[in-house]
Write a protein that binds this ligand. Structure first.
Ligand code: URA
Length: 244
């Protein structure tokens, strides 16, 4: 990696503003490889230099990956004039302006959204040929039948005439309000796919929650609306996500 000015590095990583870094440099709060640095144009290598701000190590993280437990009523977009977006749920200390959701959920769908600033990665996992499995928990109004299971397994044809790849369907439980709760595993991401798959079987989706993307499961301890960076184990799994 090329060397860069320390003030540019701090602002590009959104660690602090150019004005704040100037202040920190002036106060002698910045150390590079054990030496106090006071010049804003001091050149650093963010990958190999040890950079401390007020004694705290600053690491270079070109790419970040966050897990979000999306509540209902939030749109999977980076901006919207009227509605709350998934980016509005990111805690200020984790927020970066280059984040976006890798894959969309409908406004009324809840559960696992992966947020990242890694465009290549997102492109790979969202490519139609990537076939990453996604697991959903779905509440539908009618009981599911063996014919539903078989049709999903063969690859259902939607009312629009569009064909879907084989999908797995199984009943999990009888839910509240007379709903049947089932698990559906699909490996593509057509618009409103799960809703349309049940519609093709004259059934109706009332609740929809994504709980898995590839090898990554939604952390059930993450509250609705909660967002956190993937932990080390999950980062290992994410590296494999596009190879599932
Ligand atoms: N299928 C849908 O119908 N909606 C979603 O949000 C995700 C999958």
């Amino acid at each position: 990696m090329e060397k860069m000015r320390i003030d540019r590095y701090f602002s590009s990583q959104e660690i602090c503003s150019r004005r704040e870094i100037k202040e920190a440099l002036r106060k002698g709060l910045v150390m590079v490889n054990g030496t106090v640095i006071k010049q804003a144009d001091f050149k650093i290598n963010p990958e190999s230099d040890e950079i401390l701000l007020s004694g705290k190590r600053i690491g270079f993280e070109p790419y970040v990956y966050y897990m979000l437990n999306k509540p209902q009523g939030v749109v999977s977009a980076t901006e919207d004039k009227k509605q709350k977006t998934v980016l509005d749920l990111i805690p200020p200390e984790l927020y970066r302006s280059d984040l976006f959701p890798a894959g969309r959920l409908d406004k009324d769908t809840t559960g696992f959204v992966l947020l990242t600033n890694d465009g290549d990665f997102a492109h790979r996992i969202l490519a139609p040929k990537s076939h990453i499995e996604k697991t959903y928990h779905v509440g539908v109004i009618h009981e599911i039948t063996q014919a539903d299971i078989d049709t999903f397994a063969q690859g259902i044809t939607l009312k629009s005439g569009e064909h879907c790849l084989p999908a797995k369907l199984r009943k999990l439980s009888d839910g509240n309000d007379g709903l049947t709760i089932c698990e559906v595993i699909i490996c593509e991401g057509k618009y409103h796919q799960i809703k349309k798959m049940f519609e093709a079987r004259e059934n109706k989706v009332v609740t929809l929650r994504r709980v898995r993307m590839g090898k990554l499961w939604l952390d059930e301890t993450l509250p609705e609306g909660g967002c956190r960076p993937l932990n080390k184990d999950e980062c290992v799994l994410i590296a494999d996500l596009d190879r599932v």
